[in-house]
Design a protein around this ligand. Structure first.
Ligand code: 3PY
Ligand code: MG
Length: 263
C-alpha cells in the first residue's frame, strides 16, 4: 500500500507545496519532481499536454519523491478514470460550481460502492502495489477548483461533499468572474473577500484550502494567510522568468516585471 503523503501532511497541518507542469515533457517532470515539491500536478486543462505525454510524465514523477497529481480538462469521468489508472494519486478538477458537480467529480475518483469509477487500475497497480484497489478510495486526493461566482455561492455545499478532500482556488478565473480581470494576485476587495471566505469555509469543514500563486513569495504569503496547499507558479512561468532574468542580467539591465497573471 502506498499512503498518500499529502493526506498525512494535511492531518498534521504541514504545508503542501505543489509543482505545476504545463510543458509536455517527461524530462521536465523528472527535474521538477526532484526539486523538493511535496507533489507535482500534470495540467491537462491549460497545459499543452495530451494523454500519451501525461502517462510518461506520471511515470517520470513516480521515480521522484513528489506525489503525482493531475488537473483534468473538465469534470469528465472518462479522463479522470484514465489518469487515475495511469497512476495519478490525486485529481484537481476545474470549474466546480455546484454540490452536484462536486459529487460527480468525487464519484469518478472512487470505486463502488462510494463512487462509479470503472475497474482497470493498470499503471496504478505498478506504482501503488497489488492491493491498490482495496485502498485507492481512501488515498486518492480530490480537490475541486473554486473559480466561478456560482462555486463561491455554493461553497459550503461543495465542501460538504463526502469524499472531497478540499478546494483549490483558481485565482485567475475567480478574479475574472468577480472583477472582470484575470489576476492571480488580485487585490480587488471582492477578490480579497472571496479568498477569506474560502479559507473560513475550509476551516469550518476541516478540508484542504489550496490556491494557485505566481511565485514562491506569493505562496509563502498564502501559507501564512492560512492556506494548506500552494502552487508557486508553473513550469512555463518559471522558465520564462528565468530566461528574462538571464537575458536582462547578461545585458546589464534590470529584469522586467512579471505580468499580473504571472506569465
Ligand atoms: C486559475 O487561476 O484560474 C487557474 O486555473 C490556475 O491554474
Ligand atoms: Mg482556472
Amino acid at each position: 500500500m502506498r499512503n498518500n503523503a499529502l493526506k498525512a501532511a494535511f492531518r498534521q497541518q504541514t504545508p503542501i507545496v505543489n509543482g505545476w507542469l504545463a510543458i509536455p515533457s517527461s524530462y521536465s517532470a523528472e527535474i521538477t519532481g526532484h526539486q523538493g515539491y511535496d507533489c507535482v500536478t500534470v495540467d491537462m486543462q491549460h497545459g499543452m499536454i495530451d494523454f500519451a505525454s501525461a502517462v510518461t510524465m506520471l511515470q517520470a514523477l513516480s521515480a521522484t519523491p513528489a506525489t503525482p497529481l493531475a488537473r483534468v480538462g473538465g469534470n469528465d469521468p472518462t479522463q479522470i478514470m484514465r489518469l487515475l489508472d495511469a497512476g495519478a494519486w490525486g485529481i484537481i478538477c476545474p470549474m466546480i460550481s455546484t454540490a452536484q458537480e462536486a459529487q460527480q467529480f468525487v464519484s469518478a475518483c472512487r470505486y463502488p460502492p462510494q463512487g462509479n469509477r470503472s475497474y482497470g487500475p493498470a499503471r496504478a497497480l505498478l506504482y501503488g502495489g497489488k492491493d491498490y484497489p482495496s485502498y485507492a478510495n481512501d488515498e486518492i486526493l480530490t480537490l475541486a477548483m473554486i473559480e466561478t461566482r456560482e462555486g463561491l455561492k455554493n461553497l459550503n455545499a461543495i465542501l460538504a461533499t463526502d469524499g472531497l478532500d478540499g478546494v483549490f482556488i483558481g485565482p485567475n478565473d475567480l478574479s475574472l468572474t468577480l472583477t472582470g480581470s484575470a489576476s492571480a494576485e488580485s487585490q480587488h476587495p471582492e477578490m480579497l473577500a472571496a479568498v477569506e471566505q474560502v479559507l473560513a469555509a475550509c476551516r469550518e469543514h476541516h478540508k484542504i484550502a489550496g490556491i494557485f500563486c505566481t511565485s514562491g513569495q506569493a505562496a509563502a504569503a498564502r501559507l501564512t494567510q492560512g492556506f494548506h496547499f500552494v502552487t508557486p507558479a508553473n513550469d512555463v512561468m518559471q522558465l520564462g522568468r528565468a530566461g528574462r532574468e538571464a537575458v536582462a542580467l547578461s545585458r546589464g539591465e534590470i529584469p522586467a516585471a512579471t505580468g499580473s497573471s504571472g506569465y
